[in-house]
Design a protein around this ligand. Structure first.
Ligand code: G3P
Ligand code: MG
Length: 239
């Protein structure tokens, strides 16, 4: 089973920062996952929440702040004083970091709360500019965003993100259409997903930080896990 570093190596480094991504880039894991939002001045930034409150020393919505304003805040100290001064990364900075590594890159489009007009096109342009078309998978809880991505760039892999148990997941996937399922890990073992495994569709489960759950998911046919502890889970699965 493959391992993706969730929000970078976010169990041991502040999530979605260059420090967390450098650690992920150093590891022999298959991939990395991170989240993208759009700033007030239309720049793509890597952060999980809609606001900067939880992961910085500032406050406010990403959509109401410019990139220059966002860059003034500290995104490391909330995690540990060792990471004081970490800045919010742009998508460009993160893609640049992984350009020379082997990692599969999962860009999660966080347009499920705020629609972020034009974000999908901007992400696709940046992927193209870095020649990373064959190394990325775009996922989202906003299924209209991945539908749009597939329409504009059908050669780019997409993944439907879900939290719920769907009753006819294969039909749903084909209808969008999308290439992969990224699902909340307890739902992966529900019987309705058997048809997805049998069809050979990649299923990747989030967020798996415990070895016993990783083993159960592997038995169920899950192709990959997103974990905050990529080094530990990789070592366990390799052994
Ligand atoms: O993409 C997998 C996982 O990151 C989805 O949930 O909330 O951690 O972005 P979340
Ligand atoms: Mg995510």
């Amino acid at each position: 089973m493959l391992v993706y570093a969730h929000r970078g190596a976010s169990g041991t480094f502040p999530e979605n920062t260059i420090a967390a991504f450098k650690e992920a880039a150093r590891l022999p894991v298959h991939g990395v996952e991170f989240d993208v939002h759009l700033t007030k001045d239309g720049e793509l930034v890597v952060i999980h929440d809609e606001t900067i409150d939880r992961t910085s020393n500032g406050s406010g919505y990403v959509k109401d702040l410019t990139l220059a304003q966002l860059k003034e805040y500290d995104f490391g100290s909330w995690f540990s004083p060792d990471f004081a001064g970490e800045k919010i990364p742009t998508l460009e900075e993160v893609l640049h970091l992984f350009q020379s590594t082997h990692h599969h890159i999962n860009i999660e489009l966080k347009s499920d709360i705020f629609p972020y007009e034009g974000m999908t096109e901007k992400v696709l342009e940046l992927i193209k500019a870095h020649n990373l078309e064959s190394r990325v998978v775009l996922s989202s809880f906003d299924h209209s965003a991945i539908q749009e991505a597939k329409r504009i760039a059908p050669y780019i892999e997409t993944g439907v993100l879900t939290m719920e148990v769907l009753v006819q997941p294969l039909e749903y996937l084909k209808n969008i259409p999308a290439d992969a399922y990224h699902l909340l890990f307890p739902t992966a073992i529900r019987p309705s997903y058997r048809e997805v495994y049998e069809a050979g569709i990649p299923v990747r489960a989030y967020t798996v930080n415990e070895e016993n759950y990783a083993s159960l998911l592997q038995q169920a046919g899950v192709q990959a896990i997103f974990t905050d502890y990529p080094e530990r889970l990789y070592a366990f699965l390799k052994a």
